[in-house]
Design a protein around this ligand. Structure first.
Ligand SMILES: Nc1ncnc2c1ncn2[C@@H]1O[C@H](COP(=O)(O)OP(=O)(O)O)[C@@H](O)[C@H]1O
Ligand SMILES: [Mg+2]
Length: 242
């Protein structure tokens, strides 16, 4: 199996705050990895390092054949291979849904508008929102806006998708519709990393679960790990004590 993401002994600090203290893991093509852990454990930082939104202090990260620790890296090429979706959707309010999605393909990839539009319609269909192409973001629910944000990311045809707590701002019903989109992507073979609080979802969809604690990979396993945590820290986290 080919490796799509590989972190080796990654260290990252913000000033005196050591946030990643030697993080290593790898993800094979088509695999879904969930990262869980208490707030402040370094999950978002680890994810952001995978798209080089943060630059690491030491260690190495390879994503889709790009060496992210290489100062000469071509970020434009990297970011065509890596899609990242955040808790906040950040859609442009003055653009329609389809225009939001067409923006990066036309500007970054210099795609013809007709081709970009075809991709927008395809990715909107993937997230179940083809009928909202002409709507403006404010006319959509939070869950629908998040699905548009996912479609926008998919329109760049990434090789790996990173999701950082994409349902945290949504109520349970809207959370469900976003999780179903992610589940479908998983079934279609997309390589994904999900930072999530949705434990049930993580154990169902993820091939591997990584529990981060204080900047380290504390425990790794399959969904079963959540029923049989080995470390006290994971037990406490799952009990809701942290
Ligand atoms: N850009 C930044 N500048 C300074 N400190 C940061 C920055 N990003 C994150 N941190 C700090 O890094 C630690 C880990 O944060 P984060 O990776 O967001 O954790 P998590 O996503 O697990 O909640 C926190 O102490 C946070 O305050
Ligand atoms: Mg976070």
């Amino acid at each position: 199996m080919s490796t799509v993401v590989e972190l080796k002994d990654v260290h990252k600090r913000f000033g005196s705050n050591a946030v990643l203290k030697g993080v290593s893991f790898s993800i094979a093509k088509g695999q879904v990895t969930a990262i869980i852990g208490r707030s402040g454990s370094g999950k978002s930082t680890a994810l952001r390092c995978m798209d080089r939104l943060e630059v690491i202090d030491s260690g190495s990260i390879n994503v889709c054949g790009h060496a992210l620790h290489d100062p000469q890296i071509d970020l434009r090429v990297l970011r065509q291979d890596v899609g990242i979706v955040f808790q906040s959707y950040n859609l442009f309010p003055h653009l329609t849904v389809e225009e939001n999605i067409m923006l990066a393909p036309t500007v970054v990839k210099k795609m013809r508008r007709a081709d970009a539009h075809a991709i927008a319609m395809r990715t909107l269909t993937q997230v179940g929102l083809a009928d909202k192409a002409k709507s403006y973001p404010e006319q959509l629910s939070g869950g629908q806006q998040q699905r548009v944000a996912i479609a926008r990311s998919l329109a760049m045809e990434p090789k790996v998708m990173l999701f950082d707590e994409v349902t945290s701002a949504l109520d349970p019903q809207l959370t469900g519709e976003v999780l179903r989109v992610i589940e479908k992507l998983a079934a279609d073979g997309m390589t994904m990393v999900l930072v999530t609080h949705e434990m049930e979802f993580a154990s169902k969809v993820a091939d591997t679960i990584i529990f981060m604690h204080e900047g380290r990979v504390w425990e790794t396993g399959t969904g079963d790990m959540l029923r049989h945590p080995q470390t006290e820290e994971l037990q406490a986290f799952l009990a809701g004590g942290l």
